[in-house]
Structures are given as structure tokens and as C-alpha cells.
Design a protein around this ligand. Structure first.
Ligand SMILES: Cc1cc2nc3c(=O)[nH]c(=O)nc-3n(C[C@H](O)[C@H](O)[C@H](O)COP(=O)(O)OP(=O)(O)OC[C@H]3O[C@@H](n4cnc5c(N)ncnc54)[C@H](O)[C@@H]3O)c2cc1C
Ligand code: FES
Length: 283
């Protein structure tokens, strides 16, 4: 990235309404300038500031894979009264938005090579886990990682994201995907698990030896999942979490997002549990 304050113009190529309530949409953006397309390289877990002209910008995790270099996707939850998320949801295919990034550190995909990876996600925080999944399972990468197990949950079936990709992952022999919902009705024709994510993790008992766990979801899910991982023997150095603090500059200059002496935008948003345990509980 040449000037981290300078946004790139991006065109909305495609919009997918992800959830039955219409509140979560995935925006696939394409580069307008060829030099931006060539320069934009990232790793899973990084984010970008996406802006709507006249409304401002907001941070969103990159939902597409780094190996997909023509387009960049973001999955956006419309916040009630939220200026940028509401404006994005009102935008249409062909509209121009801005993008500043990539920002933050991302997942340590190199350090994770040669290990099992246990991916645990809940709600719309699954966006960056989709990027990670597509990266790890790409034919050019898959053999670098050992067993890949995924537990992904939502409150109800209609709120699960990326349904086509979930179906494709379920057909694969080289990863184990467990989907769960908190509740469902007969009309949902749900065939997955029913139960909250921490309980499902406790039931499937992923092996901790030689494994990384990546946990992204609502605070309540994280709070109850961490003790389960600890009980299973996961080392805090190999449990990865991504924080979603409020941000402004995204590059460690404004002091808006600090936790103790760390800036979430620059030193994170991905931290190990060991790092977070050493910080004040301000997140
Ligand atoms: C690193 C990072 C990655 C993120 N990734 C995603 C993503 O992939 N998809 C997604 O939908 N959202 C993501 N978010 C959250 C997203 O940035 C906020 O929802 C967005 O900034 C809201 O902007 P807005 O202009 O619509 O709301 P605003 O008009 O700024 O605020 C509306 C209301 O939301 C509250 N609010 C705003 N931001 C936050 C926040 N970060 N935490 C808690 N409350 C907040 C405000 O206090 C206010 O009450 C991410 C945040 C961070 C820091
Ligand atoms: S958002 Fe400005 S320092 Fe992190």
C-alpha cells in the first residue's frame, strides 16, 4: 500500500443477500485502476476501510481469499442507525465505493503450516474465516495443513452465511464441517446440529496436540468457547482471536482502538489468547 490514507475507487460487481432477514449482504468489488489491482495483496484475517462517498468509511474484514486477486469481497451486517453500513446496503451493482487497505496483521498462516486447524465461528464474524477456509483448502495450499475441522453456528438456519460454499465444503473429503443452530423449526428442514457452538466443540473434542484453534464470533460465544478449548488442552499461544474494536484511522495513528499498549488496527486485529491474557480486559 503506497499511502495508507489514500482510498482506492472500487466498483460493486455483485451483491448477495446472505441471510433470510436481509440484514447481511456480501459485496464483491472490482478494481477500477489496474495498478491498485496489482498492488493489493493480503493474508486472511486482514481488513480494509470501505467508504461510501459523503457518508464516511468503516472497517470490514476481507471475506474473499487472497488467492482471488481480481476481486475483493466484504460481508456487511447492517447496524441499526449505522451510517456506513446503511449506505452500503442501499448501494447497487455498478456503484463506486472506496477501499483503503489491506490493514492489520491477519492470521499467521505460515506458522499454522504442518498443524491441524480448528476453525470455530459464530454469526457474521465468519467472514474472515471464509477467507481463511478458502485459502487453506485451495489446491495449492491444502497439503501444507493437516486435519481441518470447522464448527460454524448461527442463531437459526436462515442466518448462516455463504450457503453455497457451506454445501461445497460439506461434500469435501479433506475437511470436516459441523454446522449448528441455536434453534430451528420443522419448516427449516434443518439436518445439522442444534446447540450452541461451545457445546458442539465440547462434543466433537478436536485434538489439541499440534493444533491451532481460530475463534471468531460474538463475545458470548467466545467467552464460553475459550474454557472448552482450555479443557481440551489447547495452548493459549495457539488459540487465535480477532478483535472488533471501534476504529478510525486503521493504521495506528489516531489512538482510537488501543487495548493497553496495543493498537488493535495495527498490532491486531488477530491476537493469540496468550497475548490477550497479558493485556487489560478492555476489549
Ligand atoms: C477489524 C474489524 C473488522 C470488522 N469486520 C466486519 C465485517 O466483516 N462485517 C461487518 O458487518 N462488520 C464488521 N466490523 C464492524 C463494523 O466496522 C461496524 O459495524 C461499522 O463500523 C459500523 O459502521 P456504521 O457507520 O454503519 O455505524 P455508526 O454510524 O458508526 O454507528 C452505529 C452504531 O453502531 C455502534 N458501532 C459502530 N462500530 C462499532 C463496533 N466496531 N463495535 C460495536 N459497536 C459499534 C455505534 O456506537 C453506534 O451505536 C468490523 C470491525 C472491525 C474493527
Ligand atoms: S484506529 Fe486509529 S489507532 Fe487504531
Amino acid at each position: 500500500m503506497k499511502n495508507p490514507y489514500l482510498p482506492m475507487p472500487m466498483r460493486i460487481d455483485h451483491i448477495t443477500v446472505e441471510t433470510s432477514d436481509g440484514n447481511i449482504k456480501t459485496f464483491t468489488l472490482s478494481f477500477i485502476r489496474d495498478e491498485d489491482r496489482q498492488a493489493f495483496r493480503f493474508i486472511p484475517g486482514q481488513f480494509a476501510e470501505v467508504g461510501v462517498f459523503g457518508k464516511g468509511e468503516a472497517p470490514f474484514g476481507i471475506a474473499s481469499s487472497p488467492l482471488e486477486t481480481e476481486r475483493v469481497a466484504f460481508t456487511v451486517n447492517r447496524v441499526p442507525g449505522g451510517v456506513v453500513t446503511t449506505a452500503l446496503h442501499a448501494a447497487g451493482v455498478g456503484d463506486i465505493v472506496s477501499m483503503r487497505g489491506p490493514l492489520g496483521n491477519g492470521f499467521p498462516v505460515r506458522a499454522m503450516e504442518g498443524h491441524d486447524v480448528v476453525i470455530i465461528g459464530g454469526g457474521f464474524a465468519f467472514t474472515i474465516l471464509r477467507s481463511l477456509m478458502n485459502y487453506l483448502t485451495h489446491p495449492s495450499n491444502r497439503e501444507r495443513y493437516r486435519r481441518i475441522r470447522v464448527v460454524y453456528g448461527a442463531r437459526e438456519p436462515g442466518l448462516l452465511l455463504y450457503k453455497d460454499e457451506l454445501a461445497a465444503w460439506q461434500r469435501r473429503q479433506d475437511l470436516e464441517l459441523t454446522l449448528t443452530v441455536d434453534r430451528c423449526t420443522v419448516a427449516d428442514e434443518w439436518t445439522g446440529c442444534v446447540g450452541v457452538v461451545p457445546r458442539i466443540v465440547e462434543e466433537i473434542k478436536p485434538e489439541a496436540a499440534n493444533a491451532f484453534a481460530v475463534v471468531c464470533g460474538p463475545p458470548v460465544m467466545i467467552r464460553f468457547t475459550l474454557p472448552v478449548l482450555e479443557k481440551l488442552g489447547f495452548a493459549p499461544e495457539r488459540v487465535l482471536l480477532s478483535l472488533e474494536m471501534r476504529m478510525k484511522c486503521g493504521i495506528g495513528m489516531c489512538g482510537r482502538c488501543n487495548v493497553g499498549h496495543k493498537y488493535v488496527c495495527k498490532d491486531g486485529p488477530v491476537f493469540t489468547l496468550a497475548e490477550l491474557n497479558a493485556l487489560p480486559a478492555e476489549y
